[in-house]
Unconditional design. Structure first.
Length: 284
């Protein structure tokens, strides 16, 4: 299928990044949010990212202007009616996603592909809530989307071969490396990453070392770009907790069980960078 126009539902951290890379790749891109204030903040985040890239010489002014020219924001589902692909990037809540797909079904063309950026929910279950399970799949981006080169492509049991090929081709057109992941919680990357992060919390609880020493050890000893606690704060402790619970429910393996400290920190509102405090403290 020929893709010309892309819709993105959600203009938060992930949705804004997805919209940016789609617009930068030359697609007419429409990003939808629930209310104008959130939409403006998301679009401002894209402009700031591009302006910073121009200032650092990593993006040309012409490329920035072309990206912004391809991008439009809206609070109405109706403005996504002409999209060939619609990428859902809203909160990790099954009921919210179902309601979103129901709204999209009323306006989207019959050939439009629905893709979810979920990092933990079952793609087959999401597909089953729509009238187009053969044209539904998972396209899992990584944060920050404009910089991270990987995309996980997930097939539902119902995803057609044509849809799967279209997803892979589309991901590659965004300058991403596409890998095929199974439709199981965590897919590939989080299936391996989340137990590592949870084990780091358990080790810290048992006195393995200070936060700083554990992070430094993994950075300089293993060559990781950031240590586990810096990464946890970046991803969001609530996001990690949510994913871990879903994975533990499915696999029932102790490695996926959220440690008590993670639960307490989420309950205390210490969610990481986005709240100003997680394992470390940040200026907001």
């Amino acid at each position: 299928m020929q893709i010309k126009t892309v819709g993105v539902v959600g203009c938060g951290l992930m949705g804004a990044g997805i919209a940016q890379v789609c617009a930068a790749a030359g697609y007419k891109t429409v990003v939808r949010e629930v209310e104008d204030g959130i939409l403006r903040r998301g679009l401002a985040r894209i402009r700031t990212f591009l302006d910073d890239g121009v200032a650092k010489g990593k993006v040309t002014a012409d490329a920035r202007d072309a990206t912004l020219g391809n991008l439009a924001g809206t609070v109405a589902f109706d403005d996504l009616a002409d999209c060939d692909v619609i990428i859902e990037a809203i909160v990790e809540d099954l009921q919210e996603k179902r309601a979103t797909y129901a709204a999209l079904e009323r306006i989207a063309g019959p050939q439009a592909l629905f893709l979810s950026n979920t990092s933990s929910l079952c793609i087959t279950e999401l597909a089953s809530t729509t009238t187009r399970p053969d044209r539904f799949g998972g396209l899992h981006f990584f944060n920050p989307v404009p910089l991270m080169k990987l995309v996980e492509v997930i097939r539902a049991l119902t995803t057609s071969d044509d849809t799967y090929q279209a997803m892979c081709t589309f991901a590659q057109s965004l300058g991403k490396k596409a890998i095929t992941a199974p439709d199981r919680p965590g897919f590939i990357v989080n299936r391996l990453l989340v137990p590592y992060l949870l084990d780091a919390i358990r080790a810290y609880e048992h006195g393995l070392g200070t936060l700083e020493d554990i992070d430094t050890g993994m950075k300089l000893g293993c060559g990781y770009p950031m240590g586990p606690f810096t990464l946890l704060d970046f991803v969001g402790l609530d996001t990690t907790y949510y994913i871990a619970n879903i994975m533990f429910e499915d696999y029932r393996e102790p490695a996926y069980a959220p440690p008590p400290l993670l639960k307490r920190m989420v309950l205390a509102g210490r969610l990481g960078r986005k709240s100003g405090r997680g394992f470390y403290t940040y200026q907001t």
